[in-house]
Design a protein around this ligand. Structure first.
Ligand SMILES: *[C@@H]1O[C@H](CO)[C@@H](O)[C@H](O)[C@H]1NC(C)=O
Length: 185
């Protein structure tokens, strides 16, 4: 018992000494918090290329056609609504804004450079950044989340995306997202 208490005491002393010594420059400070928060989300992404008010528009394409499956070199700019359910009229919770482009020569592979910004509840004005290859032919696509703002500061995480509905004649799609994000208090 005494030995245990001494061990705990030594642990606390060395810990606080370490915490103090980390302040040895005036321009930087390290604080150990150790508290991680894991957020899981489920929402739907509506990518509309057709109609008079598309949310995804082509902004660049190769000078000569490339004969590749997915149109290697095509670049889209998007402002896609995110909703709570698969129905486009279900509650709007945010927007995915940014670009995706066909980056694979021999199969479908999209490079996704997107900001997912939220407008609902405590997540209003928080966002995360996704930067990843989207292997669009796979049933479930895993993509990396590399950062964020607001409640998603210091985010690390991943998204699992699965197409809910797709119209091959227009390219319009509704994609379900399951997102897991770790942040720190
Ligand atoms: C997303 O989560 C729902 C509910 O837990 C589950 O039914 C679905 O299979 C998940 N989809 C993916 C692509 O992980």
């Amino acid at each position: 018992m005494v030995k245990l208490m001494i061990t705990i005491f030594i642990f606390l002393v060395t810990r606080s000494a370490r915490a103090q010594s980390s302040d040895d420059v005036s321009w930087a400070k390290r604080v150990e918090t150790g508290s991680q928060v894991v957020t899981s989300m489920q929402f739907y992404f509506h990518d509309t290329l057709s109609g008079s008010n598309p949310s995804a528009i082509k902004v660049a394409q190769p000078q000569s056609s490339t004969n590749s499956l997915g149109g290697f070199g095509n670049l889209m700019m998007i402002d896609d609504p995110l909703t709570e359910g698969p129905d486009k009229n279900s509650k709007l919770i945010g927007h995915a804004r940014g670009m995706y482009g066909q980056t694979a020569q021999n199969d479908l592979g999209l490079i996704m450079v997107l900001n997912y910004g939220f407008t609902d509840g405590i997540y209003k004005d928080s966002s995360f950044s996704l930067l990843s290859l989207n292997p669009a032919m796979q049933t479930v696509r895993e993509m990396a989340i590399v950062g964020g703002t607001g409640l998603f500061r210091l985010a690390r995480g991943y998204a699992l995306a699965q197409t809910y509905w797709f119209d091959p004649s227009t390219g319009d799609a509704i994609v379900g997202y399951n997102v897991t994000i770790a942040t720190y208090i």
